[in-house]
Design a protein around this ligand. Structure first.
Ligand code: SF4
Length: 355
């Protein structure tokens, strides 16, 4: 194992302190931060506006490491790419890169596994292993950011969604720190409204995220229109009563002058009936909300099915006049196990355990 310190583990204040402690001028901090994040440099050698002597000196103590991609799949249907990253403790997490026209959406993980065990989710079935640190969250973006930068023109937008493995608002401090790095002009300098944190019900975390002043977007994984149905689909998340969750999302939206997105995974015969559409409309009529319908992406749960296109259209049409904004998001990468937790589950099922 390398004895060098990985610069990717540093927050911006830590990088600044390191530069000051070495007696380097402050502008060196800004140069290094730009190389590490904006330009996603893969080595100290790439930091060509540092003198050769300084690069040599830094290379005695530091390296540019980050997370290692151990599996990658590209969809033949829509160019969605799914990545399995190995963490430095040998555990792994998933990220998905979805290209859509001139926009990239990158779905990242905030935990290894998840405590919440929602019945429709492969990550939930893994159990919970640990929280990711902020640098590990941003570390999923860096290798992909490097590629996006290489091929993009200035009009291409990059969005980040915290909809991968884990409940982000059970790891709120690290998620906030990661969002700071993603939006800081010396970090990746992304638009706050291009970042969406999706929660199944972390009310305390929603308040903390609003207090942070970052102004990132909020999505709530709702999936049911009654408390009883939610307790069946998301037994642990539903400990937060449905109406309290809706009130907390409204509060977040009002504080950030935005709409909160309600994610609703449509499962055939479970929550796709006309009365579900009507209750959904009643819950959100006239509020600062957007409803995102997501036809279920079949994974390891053999019991649940995706409704057919006609049923999804009928649900959306019934809901549309009642709700403020309704969108339908068909899952991308259907041929590469692109839903949350599916690649990790598949790789672990097909990879013999290490001796
Ligand atoms: S859907 Fe989200 S909150 Fe529920 S188990 Fe999966 S990762 Fe956790």
């Amino acid at each position: 194992m390398s004895s060098l310190v990985d610069l990717r583990r540093f927050s911006l204040p830590e990088l600044e302190s390191m530069v000051a402690e070495r007696g380097l001028p402050a502008f060196r901090y800004r140069q290094m931060a730009r190389w590490l994040y904006g330009k996603a440099a893969a080595s100290i050698d790439e930091m060509t506006d540092l003198s050769l002597d300084l690069r040599t000196e830094l290379s005695r103590d530091y390296e540019v490491g980050g997370l290692e991609v151990v599996a990658e799949r590209t969809s033949q249907v829509d160019r969605t790419r799914k990545f399995l990253f190995r963490l430095q403790d040998g555990r792994s997490v998933e990220s998905v890169l979805m290209p859509l026209g001139r926009r990239y959406t990158l779905c990242i993980s905030s935990q290894v596994g998840c405590t919440l065990d929602c019945v429709f989710c492969d990550t939930g079935r893994m159990g919970f292993l640990r929280n990711l640190e902020a640098w590990e969250i941003v570390g999923q973006v860096i290798p992909l950011w490097r590629e996006i930068r290489a091929e993009r023109d200035d009009k291409v937008r990059t969005n980040i969604v915290f909809m991968g493995m884990g409940e982000p608002l059970h790891n709120t401090d690290a998620v906030i720190e990661a969002c700071r790095l993603l939006t800081d002009p010396l970090g990746l300098h992304l638009r706050p409204k291009g970042i969406t944190v999706s929660t199944a019900g972390g009310i305390a975390g929603m308040r903390k995220l609003a207090d942070s002043g970052l102004g990132v977007r909020l999505a709530v994984s709702l999936n049911a229109t009654t408390q009883e149905e939610r307790e069946r689909l998301m037994p642990k998340a539903a400990k937060v009563p449905l109406l309290e969750l809706v009130a907390a999302a409204r509060d977040y939206a009002e504080r950030t002058n935005d709409r909160a997105t309600m994610e609703y995974v449509l499962m055939r015969g479970v929550n796709d009936r006309p009365e579900d559409a009507d209750r959904l409309g009643d819950l959100f009529r006239g509020g600062p909300f957007k409803i995102n319908l997501i036809p279920y992406n079949p994974g390891g749960n053999g019991q649940l099915e995706r409704p057919d296109r006609e049923a999804v259209d009928a649900f959306a049409r019934r809901l549309y006049p009642q709700a403020p904004v309704v969108t339908v998001r068909w899952s991308m990468g259907p041929d590469i196990a692109a839903a949350c937790g599916q690649l990790k589950t598949e790789v672990e099922r097909t990879t013999p355990p290490a001796a």
